[in-house]
Design a protein around this ligand. Structure first.
Ligand SMILES: Nc1ncnc2c1ncn2[C@@H]1O[C@H](COP(=O)(O)OP(=O)(O)OP(=O)(O)O)[C@@H](O)[C@H]1O
Ligand SMILES: [Mg+2]
Length: 312
């Protein structure tokens, strides 16, 4: 790949809004009065005029408190949640203009999703869970098992192919979730709090696994977390979200060194306290090492969505 290709924008989001409401929104959301009127009538503005770009090979982290709109936003990218207004361009394709068939193919071939609560199919073993999306694509049994075995080995689960989800620990289940996403061989990986349900040591281990995998497979990743430490470890760039809006975007260093407002400052102060109190290494320095890095509840439809199946 040439340098020019490496810096290609893979995802571009412009002026994205998601309003949960039982009435149609057919006016310009930029007008304050319109918004107030909507909110007075019980609408929830979950994503508010969000714009960002993710470059090929980049890990872009969306961080914010519970309810700030992170899941809604990441789900809008593959239209698991239908956006109200705005533009989503992935690899030059306008996602909001896709018809049902195009959207199905987009979900199957262009994106893979990892959820917080794994979303594995309980009555299928590890290899069947990992290969399920390939089965939907019509890949032959021999090829899909071969590809699934490779993905399972990548996440360190060799030997566990015939076990069922209930026989695995949380960390192992999430490894299956990651293998299932990797096997799809999509450029774009969407990860919604994938490690939040794990205890701190396992969580750290999973972050290391993701950093190692990213060196090997060089995906473009949109990663949601409510933990600034995790954002700093994993993100090339990040955004801090509050009440549906991006309050700051930048590299983790920029955000740590120059928090835009009190909301961000609070996260930064907590993280600094953790770093000094527990002797954790300040992983956000020096910035050069980062550059060479190259390398809430899941809905019942999560296993299908993860495999690129129709979820409506
Ligand atoms: N289907 C829905 N209908 C109505 N409101 C919704 C729906 N889904 C989410 N919301 C609301 O949108 C806002 C953002 O929710 P969202 O789940 O995106 O937040 P989050 O940042 O992912 O939170 P968490 O960290 O707890 O997962 C919240 O106020 C939530 O109640
Ligand atoms: Mg969420």
């Amino acid at each position: 790949m040439t340098d020019a290709n490496c810096s290609d924008t893979l995802v571009e989001i412009n002026g994205l809004w998601k309003v949960f409401t039982d009435r149609p929104v057919d006016f310009d959301l930029q007008y304050e009065d319109a918004m107030e009127n909507l909110e007075d009538n019980g609408a929830v503005v979950a994503v508010r005029d969000v714009s960002f770009q993710v470059k090929r090979g980049e890990v872009f982290v969306i961080m914010g408190l519970s309810g700030s709109g992170k899941s809604t936003l990441i789900r809008c990218i593959s239209r698991l949640v239908e956006p109200t207004q705005g533009e989503i361009i992935v690899k030059g394709q306008n996602v909001l203009e896709m018809d049902e068939q195009q959207l199905l193919e987009f979900r199957r071939y262009e994106t893979a999703m990892v959820f917080q609560h794994y979303g594995l199919l309980p009555h299928r073993n590890v290899i069947e869970n990992v290969a399920f999306g390939l089965k939907l694509r019509g890949v032959s049994e021999r090829e899909r098992n071969e590809r699934a075995r490779t993905a399972i080995a990548r996440v360190g689960l060799e030997g566990w192919e015939n076990h069922y989800p209930s026989q695995l620990s949380g960390g192992m289940r999430q490894r299956v979730g990651i293998a299932r996403a990797l096997v799809q061989e999509t450029d774009l990986l969407l990860m919604d709090e994938p490690f939040s349900g794990l205890d701190p040591l396992i969580r750290r281990e999973m972050q290391d696994t993701l950093i190692r995998l990213q060196k090997e497979v060089n995906k473009t990743i949109v990663f949601v977390t409510h933990d600034l430490g995790e954002a700093i470890r994993l993100g090339d760039r990040m955004a801090v979200m509050r009440q549906g809006q991006f309050v700051q975007q930048g590299t983790p260093e920029e955000i740590m060194n120059n928090p835009a407002d009190e909301y961000v400052e609070r996260f930064v102060a907590d993280e600094r306290a953790l770093l000094s109190g527990k002797g954790r290494q300040p992983v956000y320095f020096p910035s050069k090492s980062r550059l060479t890095k190259k390398a809430k509840s899941t809905s019942p439809s999560a296993p299908l969505a993860a495999a690129g199946a129709e979820v409506k």
